[in-house]
Ligand binder design. Sequence first.
Ligand code: G3I
Length: 322
Amino acid sequence: LQALAERARPGFRIGAAVALGPLASDAEYAREFVGNFGALTPENAMKPQFLSPQRGVYTFEEADAILATAESKGMTVHGHTIAFTEAMPRWMQELPTGSAKDRRASADALLDYLTTVVTHFRGRLASLDVVNEPFDLDQGTSLQENVWYRTFGPGYPAIVSRAVHDADPDVRQFINENGADVPGERQDALLDLARDTNARGGHIDGVGLQSHVYDLETDAISAEDLADTLDLFDEAGLHVRISENDVTDDQGTDDQAEQYATVLATCLDSPTCVSYTTWGVDDRYDWWVDDDGSAQQGHDFLFDEGHPTPAYKAMTRALRSS
Ligand code: G3I
């Protein structure tokens, strides 16, 4: 895929989310991954809960191993993520914010975490989700009132962005959100947040549109809607990453394949869309966990037990005709 992408648009990267486990232990997975992708996003290894399980304790080993693999294969790395409500260790979630004194102490702890992490990875990340899933769940348009919000107030994304810039001025900064892939209030809120953050001295380069399609009947992303979306961010001078595209399907149907190809081809058509990443590689390592805790046995990704899926084939066709 990466070679075809490079021919279609020089410099364009196709990426995938990866976990170290299968990359290190499964040769077939490693071949699928290394042969097809020019970029990677660590699926979990750079989340705060994994990087700092206890206050002042840092566990960089897994992220460093993923980075070493990427570097040895000439892949770029997208870091994921600094401020993310869902993926904080308990010590961070529970920092007290009741009084001004509490908030000053929490600000020190949060910025110390941020600076330690960004300094550790400095120069090795092409881009980074500085704020991830800022809005209330289920299509909300207000900021989640997480510990960053409680400590710094509604302008916290600019504080995060400026501190990241101080620690690594070259990393491209993104705000990454789900459900903002098509025109609507949530997308407008994301655009406003990116602009507001930069108006407050932030360094946001663009937005990540996750593009998870959990139900083809209700959530499919049309080429028209995505093209309008890309135009909107382009007019605002912001880049877009398609950051976590996957299409859930029980069967691996042509509709699923077409949806993957549509998102990729529409991104490729727009210079503001700087990269495309899919949130998995092979169905045997599906990240989705059903409500009862069991792993999903769906047909969601570009490979199924080592074989290219119809989605993979549709994407290669889309790249060849771009
Ligand atoms: O590693 C621990 C293990 O030590 C522990 O015993 C086990 C018990 O639950 O949990 C393991 O951690 C799990 C982790 O995946 C690694 O496998 C977490 O519970 C589980 O919640 C975590 O799920 C991840 C989820 O984000 C939550 O952070 C998924 O793998 C990951 O694909 C998913 O990715 C998110 C993006 O970060 C943001 N956008 C949406 C996307 C999909 O939900």
